[in-house]
Design a protein around this ligand. Sequence first.
Ligand SMILES: *Cc1c(COP(=O)(O)O)cnc(C)c1O
Length: 380
Amino acid sequence: MKFETALIHGGVSEDQTTGATSVPIYMASTFRQHEIGQNKYEYSRTGNPTRGAVEALIAQLEHGTAGFAFASGSAAINTVFSLFSAGDHIIVGNDVYGGTFRLIDSVLKRFGMTFTVVDTRDLNAVNDAIQPTTKAIYLETPTNPLLHITDIQAIADLAQAHHLTSIIDNTFASPYVQRPLELGIDIVLHSASKYLGGHSDVIAGLVVTKDADLADRIGYLQNAIGSILAPQESWLLQRGIKTLALRMRAHLSNAETIFNYLKQHPAVAKVYYPGDPDNPDYAVAKKQMHGFGAMISFELQPGLDPKAFVEHLQVITLAESLGALESLIEIPALMTHGAIPRDIRLQNGIKDELIRLSVGVEASEDLIADLDRGFASVQA
Ligand SMILES: *Cc1c(COP(=O)(O)O)cnc(C)c1O
């Protein structure tokens, strides 16, 4: 079954009892056992048919053995890190989601796990960071907000050679653009609040495992920790996923148009986009991604005020988050990455004038007219 078909018919796509073409929202906490132990479901934290449907779907879409749905991307990430114990060392990409950094820095370190942060594009640096206690490599590609691209296959090979668990947060790409398990990664996870949900109306997280042993362990932790996705949200997420391919095609095509517009604009000093042939990560992006995603970051020329720019837009929404139908714009230094000290931000290449744009599916003419409005406001 092709990916576009699996979005609609994959996993569990209809009600098993009535044939309803939409899986019902099973608002039940418990299930009758006609004979003890002869039941499909017992209690909704452990398993719920609506959640099970979206879990089966994401497993199929990412080509894994099992899928798991959580109350948020952050809950998914916390559950995956719960595979590890005090004394374990984990290598983490240097440009990971701010909330992941916060979880590591203010929670997991208190539990005795240790971390080394490296630029995972540099395989020698990753290799050098491996210690006797290292258990995993955790990364994002593309990263946020600079859209750096790590060679997924190379990381998977390195992890395998050292018996490490490789974990990728695939939120920025979505399984339409990139499927890390096919390249040898062990665990892929998502903030489904972004492209998978797609409509800015649900907070959810998803995890998919490559092998059955990891599936058992994540399933155990999902039930033990209990940060599961509720039935209503599970339904909403599955409904969103059905149109992923349609949405992504529009996102990708608009992103390319906007990139070409920004690249030639005299008020723009630099554009970050994996599909830019001048980008040093372009070859790796082309090799492992189907399209280049729909996130673009850019810097205005020195002296131009990024705050005035984003505040003068009328179509593009000034807001955090990404992966929505509507285009979303933000200034990382003042918003999503504001909690990171300025010197560390600058060290990581996140300048004060950097703007991050999640390109939506509106008519590209309207988006460009809106960006023109923003440029006019800073040059007047
Ligand atoms: C948003 C996001 C998260 C956190 O997900 P929530 O659903 O907001 O908890 C994790 N990783 C990435 C890359 C994200 O963009």
